[in-house]
Design a protein around this ligand. Structure first.
Ligand code: FE2
Ligand code: FE2
Length: 279
């Protein structure tokens, strides 16, 4: 069995350092095989925030994989940095690669940087992927062995109930690429809301989606801090949702998924948890 910890959106600069410490102790206790942090490490990529974020990341169980989110670029009050070198500060703390890849026997993790510092769209916090990025992702997966395939991006595929913010664009193209690559598991953050689902194209492949809440920030969106522990064994995934409550992270629910020739399915969940995009 392989154990993956999925955490997101620590937002140093607006983080509760005591919750960060409690998470790190819990993570060490769980002793995962892989830890994945799906973006928004800081508030505005300020040096003091990134210094704190780097200390936190250095304390995560190894190996770990970290990607930037829309908060990891400088704010609009620093237009030169924002428009000309949006990721320079993040890269000076976390390395040049904005789309890190990880391989271990039986596992293959690819990431996508969905953050755009600016663009022709109205909301610059939205997640956008280019066709070039999707092609590169497909090449990375398709030209590799058929290991358990994990995709990590900051912006979510699915909006929680009663939520009006945009999901990553273009979603149909991403779902089609997921189907083509037969990706098993997609990890996202951004909404600060925990959501587990399957997603895929009609008559195509469906993957499991893990969208994590914020792990330790005070920027709550109607639910407490939390993270996901993902247990993978052959054709079975179990995701344990941890929620911060009364000074500790407590497991609150376990959701199972089974794999067949059409992908992953949630045997015990109502249909409303299954989101199929009409591509
Ligand atoms: Fe965030
Ligand atoms: Fe975000």
């Amino acid at each position: 069995m392989t154990r993956v910890l999925h955490l997101s959106d620590p937002h140093f600069g607006a983080a509760d350092s005591s919750i960060a410490e409690i998470f790190l102790a819990k993570a060490a206790e769980l002793s995962p095989d892989l830890t994945i942090l799906s973006g928004d490490l800081s508030m505005r990529a300020r040096h003091e925030e990134l210094t704190e974020a780097k200390q936190f990341v250095a304390s995560l169980p190894t190996p770990y994989l970290v990607i930037p989110g829309n908060h990891d670029v400088p704010g609009l009050n620093q237009p030169l940095d924002r428009f000309f070198t949006p990721f320079r500060r993040y890269q000076s703390y976390f390395g040049k690669t904005l789309e890190p890849e990880f391989k271990s026997p039986g596992f293959h993790v690819v990431s996508l940087n969905s953050t755009r510092a600016f663009g022709f769209h109205a909301d610059w916090s939205e997640g956008i992927l280019s066709s070039r990025q999707l092609s590169r992702m497909k090449n990375r997966f398709v030209n590799a062995e058929r290991d358990f395939r994990i995709l990590v991006l900051h912006h979510p595929l699915l909006a929680p109930p009663n939520h009006t913010r945009s999901v990553v664009k273009p979603l149909p193209a991403l779902l089609s690429a997921i189907s083509e690559c037969q990706i098993d598991l997609v990890l996202c953050g951004h909404f600060h809301r925990s959501l587990l689902a399957v997603a895929g194209s009609v008559n195509g492949w469906t993957c499991v989606v893990s969208q994590a809440a914020t792990v330790c920030s005070t920027r709550l969106q109607g639910e407490p801090q939390g993270f996901h522990e993902i247990l993978i064994e052959d054709d079975h995934i179990e995701i344990i949702r941890y929620v911060f409550d009364e000074g500790q992270f407590t497991p609150t629910s376990t959701t199972g998924f089974l794999r067949d020739q059409t992908g992953w399915h949630p045997p015990g969940l109502p249909q409303s948890h299954e989101i199929i995009s009409p591509v």
